[in-house]
Design a protein around this ligand. Sequence first.
Ligand code: RFL
Ligand code: PHB
Length: 390
Amino acid sequence: MRTQVVIIGSGPAGLMLGQLLHLAGIDTLILEQKSREYVLARIRAGVLEQGCVDLLQRIGVGARLRQEGLAHQGFEICFGGKRHRINLNALTGGTNVTVYGQTEVTRDLMDARAACGASSVYEAEQVSVHGFDSASPVVRYRKDGVQHEIACDFIAGCDGFHGVCRQSVPAGSIREFERVYPFGWLGVLSETRPVSEELIYVNHPRGFALCSMRSPTLSRTYVQCSLNDKVEQWPDERYWDELRSRLDEAAASTLVTGPSIEKSIAPLRSFVVEPMRFGRLFLAGDAAHIVPPTGAKGLNLAASDVHYLSESLIGYYHGKNEAALDEYSPRCLRRVWQAERFSWWMTSLLHNFPDNGDFGQRIQQAELEYLVNSEAALKSLAENYVGLPY
Ligand code: RFL
Ligand code: PHB
């Protein structure tokens, strides 16, 4: 069998790329190791930049997002027991973010792919990529005990941080940059009314907390936890007590608790590979970079990567122009490093670092004070939070 582009991974990066290429008349096959249901059940991102919303609209998957997405004109930062509002809309001259779950983005994209008849193989086992340093790459996989081989022009590695594509690149051709943080996020999804209409990011001596949401009746909240913690050590009651203890008085007194419907621990990491292209293999999204979730940038970076990748591939097919392919990695990496810097900075500003010491703590408090009292600092925060242009 043969197709033009094999996309490995049916997360947001792979699905958005599939839709962008379909609209340009380029054939794709998506290979995903998990089932459709498994992919749809993964609770992850919640905040979309305007650029990501625009891209989803442009590729024809914006109908439900327009109806159900919650436009947020700002968010709050809480420290020293007081909340400070960051008016994103005013600080950026009219830009908002949209709260709409990654599960919903994924569902909309999967539905659009099914509607246009493009091929996806779920539960594809032992996916492997070959010959991407030549003009005729090949992808192999097993499905229901049968071995398959697909010849293609290009391979898009959209297979996340643990995927096979990045690992298939010879060690001498790739450089990795990494910072691992000494804590994780314990996240809970609950059918409870959110604490506030906007997100609250909390800096507290007991550790960071975040009150987010998926809808007016569905809360998504997080507390900073130890990397040694296990979910079983956090029964609902302990979780809610801990979250409440980190909130300001008003938020704590209105916090509505209820049974968790999902609870998980995620470690925090910053990670980038350079370059993001190896001959005819392109990495996009979490396969190429990870940001700590504090800046809400992961899914949004996946969107800008595949936007650039689609432009390179469309440029190649329309003009048979190899130069269009060369632009992919440098264009992505410029924006990736900006988001890495911002996510690292938000993480440093808001978390409790065990090794910071008293000096580090005072510096963090000074930075928070400066931030909420300086129009220049607020503008910089807002400009990055709503997303740099692409
Ligand atoms: P994904 O979503 O991991 O999808 C990769 C897909 O590839 C499949 N796969 C394979 N398929 C075939 N063969 C193999 N060998 C394969 N290996 C893997 C996987 O099964 C999967 O389906 O990567 P993608 O598409 O690059 O999308 C990235 C985003 O998922 C990620 O960046 C965000 O979820 C990060 N993130 C957030 N991003 C935001 O923009 N805003 C947020 O508010 C936000 N909050 C978050 C987050 C991530 C979190 N966690 C759990 C790390 C909050 C959390 C807690
Ligand atoms: C979420 O709603 O899951 C969420 C929101 C903002 C973040 C991270 C996660 O920075």
